[in-house]
Design a protein around this ligand. Structure first.
Ligand SMILES: [Zn+2]
Ligand SMILES: [Zn+2]
Length: 392
């Protein structure tokens, strides 16, 4: 493995930074301490620093020479609203807050790349380091784009990275085209007519209507979505009633939808609405189906995905890079940046640690062993993409 020796030399610092961020997790748009730490470090490296983008977002820039070319690198800074069950020294100090998705590691790997690139300046053009808030549901990436990120910091390509516990440390995975799903939520409010549980003929039972709707929604993926596409509809909540002997007045169903194309998301939305209305009308109830979309699908540009895979292969060897990496049903708001600028999102393996577990688990921890690898990957991306002309 070809870790950059200058980065390996400050591996202990990276570990200290990562554990400090891990111990002080902050939710989306509340990352004031984290963003202050990031801004302070970027300044100490000699980067130009802009704060207050998307509230707690930070952008650092290093410019070398007069080339107009520029590359963007992105890390996310927010944590999840959950309690940590680890008992090591760097466990969360904030109740109900935990870095259970490894964004502490992502932030640290990007800081490591910034430190190295600011020192060595072995490229021509600009590199922008995007530290974004609120990936876990708040859409901080969208807010940054809406606030003119790529107008203020134009980039020819943007790259992001996420750790994956299911991939061994020292491996990378990426694919051209769709890589992570679009997400959406739905609420279906059914209104019937409350009655005594022993006298159903005097009411309209919203529980029965809900049961039929749940069953019929299963036919959307099976019968409406093309077999060539991938989609999920999960009804994850049903709420109705409080008593054994009362037919409730209303019931609510909620759930999530996922797909890799917005056309498929639209198709599911239309079918959820039609099926809900049709069944409710048939059984004499009223219904308000509401389907809303959150993150769009994350679609990598083929050229940038290939470029990122080449960079990874140059570090860990071709045999440790999966160029046809997994299509993940989870969603990710880096998709908004990829919709605004060409680029790719890369998975970095972090598996193989003792007690290692999946992200969003209360026992999760980022694997500090891969910090210099992630920093080296970001650094080589920039040095290769923005190679000084004279050095060709
Ligand atoms: Zn997450
Ligand atoms: Zn994450």
């Amino acid at each position: 493995m070809k870790i950059e020796p200058r980065i390996a030399a400050f591996h202990a610092d990276l570990t200290t930074w990562r554990r400090d961020i891990h111990a002080h997790p902050e939710l989306g748009f509340e990352e004031t301490r984290t963003s202050a730490v990031v801004a302070e470090k970027l300044k100490s490296f000699g980067c130009e620093v802009v704060t207050g983008i998307a509230k707690t977002g930070v952008v650092g820039t290093i410019r070398v020479g007069n080339s107009p070319r520029a590359v963007g690198l992105r890390a996310d800074m927010d944590c999840l609203p959950m309690d940590e069950l680890n008992d090591f020294e760097h466990r969360s100090q904030n109740k109900g807050r935990m870095h259970a998705c490894g964004h502490d590691g992502h932030t640290t790997m990007l800081l490591g790349a910034a430190k190295y690139l600011a020192e060595t300046r072995n490229f021509e053009g600009a590199v922008h380091f995007f530290f974004q808030p609120a990936e876990e549901g708040g859409g901080g990436g969208k807010v940054m784009v809406d606030e003119g990120l790529f107008q203020k910091f134009p980039c020819e390509a943007v790259f992001g990275m996420h750790n994956r516990p299911s991939v061994p440390a020292g491996h990378f995975a990426v694919r051209g085209g769709p890589q992570m799903a679009a997400a959406g939520m739905f609420d279906i409010k059914i209104t019937g007519k409350g009655a005594h549980g022993a006298r159903p003929e005097s009411g309209i039972d919203p529980v029965v209507v809900g049961g039929h709707i749940i069953t019929a929604l299963q036919s959307i993926v099976a019968r409406n979505v093309s077999p060539h596409d991938t989609a999920v509809i999960s009804v994850t909540q049903m709420h109705a009633g409080d008593a054994y002997n009362v037919i409730p007045e209303s019931a609510v169903l909620r759930g999530t939808i996922r797909a890799f194309k917005m056309e498929v998301m639209e198709l599911m939305k239309a079918n959820i609405e039609r099926i809900s209305r049709g069944i409710a009308e048939g059984l004499g109830a009223e219904v308000e189906p509401k389907v809303r979309f959150s993150y769009p699908p994350l679609v990598n540009n083929h050229d940038e995905a290939r470029f990122a895979a080449d960079i990874a292969a140059g570090i860990v060897g071709e045999e440790n890079v999966d160029r046809n990496g997994p299509m993940v049903m989870a969603s990710e708001d880096f998709s908004y940046m990829l919709n605004a600028c060409p680029g790719a999102f890369v998975f970095i393996g972090q598996g193989g640690v003792e007690g290692g577990c999946e992200v969003h688990n209360p026992k999760y921890d980022f694997n500090d062993r891969i910090l210099p690898l992630g920093s080296t990957f970001f650094a080589r991306l920039v040095e290769t993409r923005l190679k000084p002309a004279a050095r060709d």
